[in-house]
Write a protein that binds this ligand. Structure first.
Ligand code: NOJ
Ligand code: CA
Length: 704
């Protein structure tokens, strides 16, 4: 009998091997091959212009304990191919229309003996591949626990990578640029620069991971539609240059609890021999579900200022008092509390910001440090630090609401959860209702510190579900969300466009905590922004932080022109002008660009791009015929030559060019800029030199 089973299964394997499947991308440049190894292990291989992007790589999932893993012993029981082609309109975006065109291969696998069924769905676009595992409803697989997902991405060589260390809790790192083979030796240097404790391997990196091969092929690995699943990291086998998926565990080490029918997020591979195509790719959005919010009229892009940078730099405080025990959350007797005198979120000060927003045409004002709890922030990692509804006594919620309304300015709420996800969930309905009652339509949420419940991580399945819960509940209240320290975005804003921003990377705040690498912003569009917009909070004009707070010697590693360019190069429907009003008043001519630049676009043109070196993008305003161009530059002075052939042939425009001054430099001469104007049309071209850590910004306004 045993012999018979052996013969039958061998026969099955042999027929399986011959059942290799392949599809091409609609333009024929990519091809995807699926096949089973002789032991029934599923594999895929991806090529672009007839060269390997990913060599034959294994697919599968390892289950916990007694459960037979979904790794091998499969046979192909069904395959189907199809084509999809549609154009959809995002609520906001880099373009007003997005083409979603792919060829699909659906492979149904049945595991010998266990009879379990796994479907692997591949979607091959003109810009790359997405694939995921699906678990249909079936008798032999209902509840299962993941020990690890075992998806491989076998690279063809020792590529250059733009990487940050694998970490279950933070992405707030500067990037390291190195060969894959150097990650191991550079890991500690990259990792210890930060405080997190959750590196899992010396060759572990985060997605979105950007790479470049010696042959000039650009490859980006990430994921799309991360829902009810742990966030994926990549662990490199640096002998063979094979990445393996590495999921974020939960508090007890398990990597995920699934119940069929269900599916994993999509694993994405974007590739091209032209770096600009990586920036133009819409794979991440296209692999997400269409918008689930019926009425989206309340979702609006926002340009805002805030009572924020003064706290980040240490000039002011979030807290009203330094006397921790005197505040009893929601029950404080303020006659007994000693104010510290530096609390920024006070009514008269906030009104000044509202006036400034109204005067210069900003949509909204964010105020942090308005509510009780900051005096005890991080105190013993308590569950109940904030209740999100109790203002400090000097912050008059109603008065501020009335005042902002009279000036036509929206207020942005701030919820620092301190990582206490359960506490936030307990208070969420009240907190969102409080926002609605007081005129707030958007909230910046934050997850600083270790996740509570203790032992869990920022990127685990449980915590991913928390962010999703907050997002969907916010949609019920018609509230827009900008979540900081949450899991990196994976295009979910297509389905829930009330997710107007995320941080999930090292933002401008670090310019006040020691500085960012000057070429950081030439890498972020290729990495963090692949998943969705970032609340980078640009627009800093005063680069010596000591001029705000004499005790802070940090330097903003950027020129003023570079800071202006970020409004174009760092796409986001939510953009902050982060510096203090008094600093903008000193440079009102440069500030003009920030005032004019839109936050929603009909078209985007990626003019020049090289990760780590430069990015130049032109975008057309969604609501006018005006164009805006931004260039950010890395560590070498560079002259950029751009053609304005994207302009309307029939029209004339006035271009205002905000360029680096002759001797500008991010470190030694960061405030040197020059503004010039000229009439341009579609035949014009421009030659502009950007400083080290510099750039330029151009507004191209239709001449009527
Ligand atoms: C970190 C966020 O990134 C920052 O923007 C915020 O001000 C602080 N946490 C306080 O919530
Ligand atoms: Ca942060």
């Amino acid at each position: 009998m045993k012999k018979l089973i052996l013969i039958i299964s061998m026969w099955l394997c042999i027929t399986s091997v011959t059942q290799a499947q392949s599809i091409s991308s609609p333009n024929g440049e990519f091809s995807l091959n699926f096949s089973l190894l002789s032991d029934g292990t599923p594999t895929y291989q991806l090529s672009y212009k007839k060269q390997d992007v990913v060599k034959q790589s294994k697919l599968g999932l390892e289950l916990k304990n007694d459960q037979q893993s979904l790794l091998d012993n499969f046979k192909i029981t069904k395959t189907a191919t199809s084509t999809f082609n549609e154009t959809w309109k995002p609520v906001w975006g880099e373009t007003s229309e997005i083409k979603n065109h792919y060829n699909e291969l659906e492979v149904t696998l049945t595991q010998n003996l266990s009879n379990r069924i796994v479907v692997i769905r591949f979607r091959l676009f003109n810009d790359g591949l997405g694939f995921r595992y699906e678990f249909p409803k079936q008798k032999n697989l209902t509840y299962f626990t993941l020990k690890e997902e075992r998806t491989e991405f076998a690279m063809t060589g020792d590529h250059t990578a733009f990487w940050i260390p694998g970490d279950y809790d933070t992405q707030e790192y500067d990037y390291t640029t190195s060969k894959l083979s150097e990650i191991r030796s550079l890991f500690d240097k990259a990792y210890t620069a930060n405080t997190s404790q959750t590196a899992f391997s010396k060759t572990g990196v985060q997605t979105s991971l950007m790479m470049k091969s010696d042959k000039g092929l650009y490859i980006n690995l990430h994921e799309a539609a991360l829902i009810n699943y742990a966030c994926m990291h990549l662990n490199l086998d640096d002998k063979n240059m094979v990445f393996q998926s590495w999921l974020t565990p939960g508090a007890n080490g398990d990597k995920g609890y699934l119940q069929a029918p269900c599916n994993t997020p999509w694993r994405t591979i974007i590739a091209s021999d032209d770096a600009r195509d990586i920036l133009a790719s819409n794979i991440t959005l296209n692999l997400n579900e269409p918008c689930k919010i019926e009425d989206t009229s309340w979702i609006k892009p926002v340009k805002y200022i805030g009572v924020w940078w003064e706290m980040i730099t240490g000039k002011s405080s979030w807290s009203y008092t330094n006397d921790v025990p005197s505040v009893q959350l929601g029950k404080t007797d303020y006659s007994k509390v000693k104010p510290n005198g530096t609390h920024a979120a006070n009514t008269p000060h906030v009104k000044k910001y509202i006036d400034y927003a109204a005067k210069h045409g900003f949509d909204a004002v964010l105020v942090e440090g308005w509510n009780e709890g900051w005096e005890d922030w991080f105190g013993n990692s308590k569950d109940y630090v904030f209740d999100f509804v109790t203002p400090y006594p000097d912050f008059d919620v109603q008065e501020i609401h009335k005042y902002a309304k009279s000036k036509g300015v929206e207020m942005i709420m701030h919820h620092e959860t301190s990582g206490s996800t359960r506490n936030y969930e307990r208070h969420m309905d009240k907190a969102y209702q409080f926002m609605k009652d007081n005129g707030y339509n958007a909230v910046k949420s934050g997850y600083v510190g270790n996740i509570l419940p203790r032992g869990d991580y920022h990127y685990s399945q449980w915590t991913v579900n928390h962010y999703q819960y907050a997002l969907e509940k916010a949609a019920d209240y018609k509230i827009m969300i900008n979540a900081h320290e949450a899991v990196r975005p994976t295009g979910i804003c297509r389905t829930y466009p009330n997710l107007i921003g995320n941080e999930s990377a090292r933002g401008t705040e670090y310019q006040s905590f020691g500085g960012n690498n000057a070429n950081h912003v030439t890498i972020l569009p290729f990495t963090r922004l692949i998943g969705g917009p970032m609340d980078y909070t640009p627009g800093i004009f005063e680069m010596n932080i000591a001029n705000l707070n004499p005790n802070n010697n940090s330097h903003v590693n950027a020129t003023i022109a570079n800071q202006l360019a970020l409004y174009v190069t760092m796409y986001s429907p939510l953009q902050m002008a982060a510096d203090l009003p008094e600093n903008y008043d000193r440079f009102l001519d440069a500030f003009q660009f920030i005032k004019e630049v839109p936050v929603d676009w009909s078209t985007s043109k990626y003019l020049e791009a090289e990760p780590g070196s430069y990015v130049t993008i032109a975008r057309k305003d969604k609501n006018s015929n005006n164009w805006f161009v931004g260039n950010v530059n890395g560590m070498e002075k560079r002259t950029s030559k751009i053609k304005l052939d994207f302009l309307d042939k029939e029209k004339k425009y006035i271009a205002t060019i905000y360029a680096d001054g002759k001797d500008a430099h991010y470190n030694t001469n960061s405030q040197s800029y020059k503004i010039t104007q000229k009439t341009v049309n579609y035949k014009s071209s421009l030659k502009l030199t950007s400083a080290v850590g510099g750039g330029y910004a151009i507004s191209i306004i239709e001449k009527k």
